[in-house]
Write a protein that binds this ligand. Sequence first.
Ligand code: PLP
Length: 426
Amino acid sequence: MARTDRSRNIPHWYAGDDDADVLSLTSGEGARVTDDAGDEYLDFMAQLYCVNAGHSCAPIVDAMTQQAREIPYVSSSKTTPARDELAARLADRAPGSLNDVFFSISGSEANESAIQIAREYQDASTVLTRWRSYHGSTYAAGGLSGDPETRSVVERHAATTGVGKFLPPMVHNSPFDGDTPDEIGQQAADHLEFVIKNEGPDSVAAVLTEPVAGTSGAYPAPPGYFERVREICDEYDVLLIADEVISGFGRCGDWFGIGTEGVEPDMITFAKGVTSAYAPLAGVLADEEIAAEIRADGHPLGQTFAGHPVACAAGNAAMDAYADGLIENCRELAPYLEQRLRELEARYGAVADVHGRGLLWSVEFGDPETGEPFVDPRVERDADNPVEDVREVATDHGVLFGSGRPDTQVLCSPPLCIDRADIDEA
Ligand code: PLP
């Protein structure tokens, strides 16, 4: 299908080629977006896995407008009802004793706040994160990420001090040799214990990890993995921080991805879906005992726009939308999306695996026999990558998919308001 030529010179920094083939989107409605040439696309990636309530959701827009009219900005040394309400609602939805919210602006900053809190509380500096993870792009959050593509930038510029890495509990192309997901989960947890022991448990402040990996390939952990990780963290007095920047706010079928694991972390970091991406907002949900101690000693460093009232108003309205049926819709459609993706596995010799949870799925391209990807997962994204062609062809047919890192997969992460017909179309 021939669509409008989208090459353009872009007058701002864009992380692409000079003659970028970039969509300029001018409107959106639900799961559909339209570009400046009038072409319509099914947004099967919710932009960056974040427009969970769909585009142009009127109650969110109205709540933001009302807040901007009443009082658009209030500093962090004061408060406003929208901010208080959102904090209370987040605490209500978070597991157990995670009742204290420290707002920030982006997922990267939320993770930086979380490690400041963990290091202060534990009086220890090492934070363990896994390979095949993404935790952000700022100085320290870049160092936390175990993402092969951004690794080279991280090694040149970002702070990797005080960060140790462990192997991920992936089942497809696993670094472990267990025969079943359960065995792999067990081996992966044993490996984490080995890493903690070798780092020296007293020096380890926290394990920070995504409950369901996002841009590193939408892989959930095998059953029982997180329960064992929780036990190990308790045994060695290490905090467990769940990075829910993608997996939260209905994306994986629950308010938080860790909820499905039946495990209570010591902190949760969130961003993206909290406002359904209508305004930048992020934060840390911390266990009340940890928060009390940190509050007594001061607090982590904040930012001017942290907990911005207009963003908090968007957050309250987005939480209404999630509670009013979107999380339910995600739960209902998840098995159907899985079924349709598994049909691809059976139909095409180029699909090595599909995996995910809720409405966050990855189609892995590679050899179905060996699982080997067509491109080396450690190399940087390049134009000859056949997986890039898949996304381009899909765009030409009017469907937008995500890419993720490493670039061996097509990511599906639609707004939670989609229906079966949208899944069929994608
Ligand atoms: N953590 C996870 C799991 C992410 O996927 C991302 C971004 O994609 C981040 C943190 C960083 O969030 P932000 O881009 O808002 O800084």
